[in-house]
Design a protein around this ligand. Structure first.
Ligand code: FES
Ligand code: FES
Length: 160
C-alpha cells in the first residue's frame, strides 16, 4: 500500500503540492510540513477553535480535516490575512480594541470573523457571537473581541 498521497491545493493564494500520509490532519500539514505556525493547536478534537482556517472561504477546524480532503481546494490561514506583512482590517481592529491578550485564540477568532465578514456586510452582535461560538478564549471575556469585529465591519463599510 502506498504510504503517502500527493495533495495539490492553494494555500494563501499560492499553489502547493505535498506528499503526506493519508491520515495527516490539515492542522499538522500546515504547522509541521509547511511551517505556518500561526494556526494554533489546542484541543486537537474540534472543541476549541484555535486551529480555525478557511477552506473554500468557510471557517473549519483544521484538526478535523484530513490533508487529502483539501485536494483541489483553497486554504487560507491567519498568515494569509497579512500577505505583505501589513495587518489586515480585522487584525487592526483586534489590536485597537484590546481583543488580544495571550493571543492563543486570536488566529482562530480572526478566521471565524473573516468568514462572517466575507458573507455578512452588517452582522448583528448576535451573529458575531454565533460566528465565534466555536472559538474559546480564556482571557478576554469575549466582549473586546465582539467589539473588534463590529469595528472591522464598520471600517469595511466606510469608504476611504
Ligand atoms: S485544535 Fe482544533 S478545535 Fe481545538
Ligand atoms: S486572548 Fe488568550 S485565549 Fe483568547
Amino acid at each position: 500500500m502506498k504510504a503517502t498521497v500527493t495533495v495539490s491545493f492553494t494555500l494563501n493564494g499560492k499553489p502547493q503540492e505535498l506528499d503526506v500520509p493519508p491520515n495527516m490532519t490539515l492542522l499538522h500539514l500546515l504547522r509541521e510540513e509547511v511551517g505556518l505556525t500561526g494556526t494554533k493547536r489546542g484541543c486537537d478534537v474540534g472543541e476549541c477553535g484555535a486551529c480555525t482556517v478557511l477552506l473554500d472561504g468557510r471557517a473549519v477546524n483544521s484538526c478535523l480535516v484530513l490533508a487529502p480532503q483539501v485536494a483541489g481546494r483553497e486554504v487560507v490561514t491567519v498568515e494569509g490575512l497579512a500577505p505583505l506583512g501589513t495587518l489586515g482590517p480585522l487584525q487592526e481592529a483586534f489590536l485597537d480594541r484590546g481583543a488580544v491578550q495571550c493571543g492563543f485564540c486570536t488566529p482562530g477568532m480572526l478566521m471565524s470573523a473573516k468568514d462572517l465578514l466575507d458573507h455578512a456586510a452588517e452582522p448583528t452582535e448576535k451573529e458575531i457571537r454565533e460566528a465565534i461560538a466555536g472559538n474559546l478564549c480564556r482571557c478576554t471575556g469575549y466582549q473586546q473581541i465582539v467589539e473588534a469585529i463590529e469595528d472591522a465591519a464598520r471600517r469595511k463599510n466606510t469608504p476611504g
